[in-house]
Design a binder for this molecule. Structure first.
Ligand SMILES: *Cc1c(COP(=O)(O)O)cnc(C)c1O
Ligand code: SF4
Length: 352
C-alpha cells in the first residue's frame, strides 16, 4: 500500500472532487449535504466505484443532492430507539438483548444510514465512565442474555479497547452471546487483521454480522478478512438493506447471497429501508420486496435466504414481512392452502 491520496479515507466534498469522484460543478450543492450528514469513503470503496453515476457502489457512499429532500414521515429516530435508552449507549427494547453503542464513527458513511443523524466523525463515543455505566446496566440485569455491539462501527475501536470490552462482556455470567454488527470487513478489509481478530477471542460465543449490500462488495480482500474471522472460530452472519438502484432485483441479491455464503457468511436479515431523513431516493415498496424474496425462494439455496424484516416505526420492533406461503382453508379446521415457490396452490390437511 502507498500513501497516494486514493489510499486514505475521503472525508469531505473537496476530497471527493480531488479524487475525481465528484464533478467540480456539483461541489457547492453537495457541501450542503455534507454539512448535514457525515461523508466518508474508504479507499477500498473508492476503488470499487464504476464510472457510471448510477453505479451501485457510488450510490451507497457518494453524497447526493436528493438527501436534502425530507418528507413528513421521515424521522431522526426511525426505529424509535430513544425511548428505550435507559443509560447512554444502551438500547433495551427486547427483554433478552440490548444494543451497546460504544462509538459513533464508521469507516464509511452510507447515504441511507438509519442512524445518520447520530453517526459521524465528530459523533460522541462513550467515555470510559459511560461505558462502565452501560456495562453495569447489563451486569445488574440477569434477563439480558445477549449484548449486540453496534454504533457506529464497533470494530473501529482500537484493538486494546475492543479486547477490554469483549473481556468485560465475557465475564458477565448471564450472557449467552456477544454479537458485533460491522461494515469493516467490506469497507476496510485490511484493517480486520490478526490483532483485531485476536481481540474478539472469548469463552462465550462471539457472532459477527457483516453489513453488505452488493455482490461487488465481496472482493478478494473482503473474502480474506472474512476468512480470518472465520478461521478464528467466529460464526459470520450478514445484514443487507434493500435499496432502490443498488440491489432491488432478484439477480443482484441472488449473486450477493451466494457470494456471502461462499465466503462463509450466512445471510441473516434483509432489511426494508428505515425512514431516515433524506433517504427517499433509496425507497422501494414492500410489495416489490416481497416479489424479490419470492423470486429468490424459487431459485437460490436455502443457505442464501435471509429473513426480510421491517423495523416497525415507533419502536415496536422487527418483524418478518416476507411473502406469506400459508393461509387457512375456509370452512375447515386445521386445513391450509399452501403456496409453492412457483405460485402453485396446494391443500394441506393435518394428519389425524
Ligand atoms: C435489531 C435490534 C436488535 C436485534 O434484533 P434481532 O432480531 O435479535 O437481530 C436488538 N435490539 C434492538 C433495539 C434492535 O433494533
Ligand atoms: S456503517 Fe452502519 S452505522 Fe455506519 S453509516 Fe453505514 S449503515 Fe450507518
Amino acid at each position: 500500500m502507498t500513501d497516494s491520496p486514493s489510499r486514505r479515507t475521503l472525508r469531505d466534498i473537496d476530497d471527493l472532487v480531488g479524487a475525481g469522484l465528484v464533478e467540480a460543478g456539483a461541489r457547492d450543492g453537495l457541501k450542503a449535504v455534507a454539512a448535514r450528514y457525515a461523508v466518508g469513503v474508504s479507499p477500498d470503496m473508492a476503488d470499487l466505484m464504476g464510472a457510471d453515476a448510477a453505479d451501485p457502489i457510488r450510490r451507497q457512499f457518494l453524497p447526493d443532492a436528493a438527501e436534502l429532500r425530507t418528507s413528513h414521515d421521515q424521522n431522526a429516530d426511525p426505529t424509535g430507539d430513544d425511548r428505550f435508552t435507559p443509560v447512554k449507549g444502551i438500547v433495551h427494547r427486547y427483554p433478552d438483548r440490548v444494543l451497546l453503542k460504544p462509538v459513533h464513527a464508521c469507516a464509511v458513511y452510507c447515504r441511507f444510514c438509519f442512524r445518520r443523524e447520530r453517526v459521524g466523525p465528530g459523533g460522541e463515543a462513550l467515555t470510559p465512565a459511560e461505558l462502565e455505566a452501560a456495562l453495569d446496566y447489563v451486569r445488574q440485569r440477569p434477563a439480558i442474555w445477549e449484548v449486540i455491539l453496534t454504533g457506529g462501527d464497533p470494530l473501529i475501536l482500537s484493538t486494546r479497547r475492543l479486547r477490554r470490552l469483549v473481556a468485560a462482556l465475557d465475564a458477565i455470567a448471564h450472557l449467552g452471546a456477544i454479537r458485533i454488527h460491522t461494515r469493516l470487513p467490506v469497507a476496510a478489509p485490511d484493517s480486520v487483521g490478526p490483532a483485531l481478530t485476536r481481540s474478539l477471542a472469548a469463552e462465550k460465543a462471539v457472532y459477527v454480522v457483516i453489513h453488505c449490500n452488493h455482490p461487488r462488495e465481496v472482493t478478494p480482500r473482503a473474502r480474506a478478512a472474512l476468512r480470518r474471522l472465520s478461521d478464528a472460530g467466529i460464526p459470520l452472519l450478514s445484514q443487507t438493506v434493500l435499496l432502490k438502484g443498488v440491489n432491488d432485483d432478484p439477480a443482484t441479491l441472488d449473486a450477493l447471497f451466494r457470494a456471502l455464503v461462499a465466503a462463509r457468511v450466512k445471510p441473516y436479515y434483509l432489511h426494508h429501508l428505515d425512514a431516515a431523513p433524506g433517504t427517499g431516493h433509496f425507497r422501494t415498496t414492500i410489495a416489490h420486496g416481497q416479489d424479490i424474496v419470492r423470486g429468490l425462494r424459487a431459485r437460490v439455496s436455502g443457505l442464501c435466504q435471509p429473513n426480510y424484516v421491517l423495523d416497525i416505526p415507533g419502536g415496536h420492533g422487527k418483524v418478518p414481512i416476507g411473502p406469506v406461503h400459508l393461509r387457512r382453508a375456509e370452512d375447515e379446521t386445521d386445513a391450509y392452502v399452501v403456496e409453492d415457490a412457483k405460485g402453485g396452490h396446494h391443500l394441506y390437511r393435518s394428519p389425524a
